[in-house]
Design a binder for this molecule. Sequence first.
Ligand SMILES: [Zn+2]
Length: 94
Amino acid sequence: MMQQCVICHARFTWKQVSKSLWLAYKPIACTNCGKLYKVQFLSRILASLLLVGSIFAFNLVSYPTSTQAFILAVLVIIPANILVLPYLMRYRLA
Ligand SMILES: [Zn+2]
């Protein structure tokens, strides 16, 4: 579930959060009241762990793997992370 603004309870949108991710965890402004939010340090760690971890885990379970299979997995894992990560990211009032 997407995080809510603590002031006005407006929910962040997936688009807002993913845009923040792409722009190196750029702070998010609530679309309703304009309060500024910064990404939590732990969420940053989680984001990199998930991305690196899922590729690493795939590599382990599918060993021995061909280069093509690995590239295919990366092509699936990365978009899956991009899709899911905005739901997991947590922000705090700036
Ligand atoms: Zn708000």
